[in-house]
Ligand binder design. Structure first.
Ligand code: MN
Length: 256
């Protein structure tokens, strides 16, 4: 394939994560890649921005060559700085991932991976968030990287107006067992919150999130969680419109 696109690669697991290395390698087949990612783990920070302190950008080498820019901020900070200061021109694509852990359903809200792609979307750039359904960082990334490349190619060729992002989830199973790509809505699965209470060495209580992901609509293959569990790579087009339209109409009588 002709190397014609400029692609910004980011994530929320940090620039040292195996997932971003696999993603950057895959995307380099489509064109010129710039990596700008948090300098540390930033999972579940959502769309947070750093506003009360300065941000530092550090060049990171891998195998003796420049790999990318490490930023001591959130995934959204990374995309904003990259678009405004690090890239010479607007990229053709923003890709965030490959995240370790699925970003289905409600996780879309918590995810820094998805937030980074959202930031790309807000800048009018076609954007993809991609996650593999395992928190084990030693899980092979080849299938997810391959699907990232396929889906990125399709999105770039589609010429769709970039007022959405693609949220992609890949099952953590061997490539040959993946059933294909399924375009699906997100499910209504949610976290049953539990905070484990323990004692620190000084006998003081502390709490650690130990929530359990509760699957809804497990048999509805039209949802991300169900299709992913069955072995499909899922694509959910995501957009954000926070207005609750039916209540908007019902509230009209509040107007004075
Ligand atoms: Mn993450």
């Amino acid at each position: 394939m002709e190397k014609k696109y400029k692609i910004l690669v980011t994530n929320d697991d940090g620039i040292d994560s195996p997932g971003i290395f696999a993603l950057a390698s895959a995307m380099s087949q489509l064109g010129e890649v710039v990596v700008a990612a948090p300098d540390r783990q930033q999972s579940a920070v959502g769309h947070a921005l750093t506003v009360a302190r300065p941000l530092r950008v550090t060049k990171v080498k891998r195998n003796g060559a420049l790999f990318g820019y490490a930023i001591d901020g959130t995934p959204s900070d990374c995309v904003k700085i990259a678009l405004s200061n690090l890239l010479e021109e607007k990229p053709d694509l923003v890709v965030s991932g490959i995240n370790h852990g699925q970003n289905t359903a409600i996780n879309i809200l918590y995810s820094g991976t998805v937030a980074a792609a959202t930031e790309g979307m807000l800048a009018g750039v076609p954007s993809i968030a991609i996650s593999v359904a395992s928190h084990d960082t030693s899980v092979p990334m080849d299938a997810a990287a391959e699907y990232a490349l396929i889906i990125a190619g399709k999105l770039l060729e589609s010429k769709l107006k970039p007022n959405f992002l693609l949220n992609v989830n890949v099952p953590a199973i061997p490539k040959e067992n993946i059933l294909g790509i399924k375009v699906a809505k997100h499910s209504s699965s949610y976290w049953k919150d539990t905070y484990e209470m323990r004692l620190d060495p000084f006998g003081r209580k502390y709490y650690w999130f130990a929530g359990e992901y509760y699957l809804e609509s497990e048999d509805d293959i039209e949802t991300d969680d169900a299709a992913l569990a069955k072995g499909y790579v899922t694509i959910t087009p995501v957009h954000f419109d926070f207005t609750k339209y039916d209540v908007l109409t019902q509230l009209k009588h509040f107007e004075v």
